[in-house]
Every structure is written in structure tokens, then in C-alpha cells.
Design a binder for this molecule. Sequence first.
Ligand code: SF4
Length: 173
Amino acid sequence: MSPDSGLPADDESAVGGVHIKYLVHCPRQLWLYARGYRPEQRSDLVAFGEVVDDTTFTRRRDVDLGEAKIDWVTTGAVVHETKSSRAPAPGHTAQVRHYCLLLERRGVNVRGGVVHYPLIRRTTDVAWDDDARAEAEDTEAQAQAVIAASTAPDRLLRGKCRGCSYLDYCWGD
Ligand code: SF4
């Protein structure tokens, strides 16, 4: 589907973890993604991430919520997300907070989350409390507003686009 073809490809009310990650990285990326533009499926970096994801924790169980697929949830409940990135990013914690929100809406008593960075042997804890819930709800509302917008948000400054799989589309590289 062309990114210019009108309405979002996804149900705009169903905001998943990827939507949140892209929103925090770049609202334009979210807008394009919601309209079916998926260059990341061809990206070597994404393929590499999937290999890391598939091989790091072999005994985990995915939790498929429909709009979001959580890497795994341990007793408690603690949401776990694995990233192939070598640098923690705000979008990663926002994504985990969103998963906490989605689970809580399904009646799960969520304790918090952890983002795992196996390539740098690091983890980041994600708190789940009233402030985190309010932040997650606000982020979700922002994502819904971006997805519903009739025109694409502006590009980021060129320097912030480095490594983005949407570079070809946005800058014609
Ligand atoms: S290339 Fe830049 S402007 Fe385009 S989606 Fe990526 S970060 Fe956003």
C-alpha cells in the first residue's frame, strides 16, 4: 500500500507497541507506518534485531494481545522487551509502558517492566505506577492523534534521521 493512499491501514484505535516506539522516535514515521509504509521489513538492521530477539531468550513465551505482541511476561506481572539496539532509547520504555497499560486494561495486576539489551548486557527497569499510567495514556492519545492526521508530520532535522529505515522515502537517499 502506498503511504499516500489516504486513511490509515490500521484501526486507529488499536495502538500497538511499534506505534508507540515510532511516535517517540518520529511522529512522521508513525504516520507513514500507520498507512502501510513498511521499509523496515527490508532493513538489515531489523533482520539483525529479529535474530538477536529470536536467539537471546529461547524459553520465553510471547504474549499476543492482537494490537501488540509482548516479548514475554513473568510472574508478577513484569513485562519484558528485548532490543538489539546498543543504546537505550525513550521509545523503548514508552513501548513497555504501553504494554503495561494494555495488560492492565485486560485485568492483569501489572508490577512493571524491563527492557533487555543483550548486545550491551544491560537492562532498564520501567516503573508502573500512577505517573507511568498517566504518561502511557497521554502517549497513546498522542499516537492516535498523529495516526488520524490527514497530512504527514514534518521530517525531523536531517541529523536525527540517521539509521532510520524510512530515510529513502523522506529524503530520497
Ligand atoms: S527519515 Fe527522519 S523524518 Fe523520516 S521517518 Fe525517519 S526519522 Fe522521521
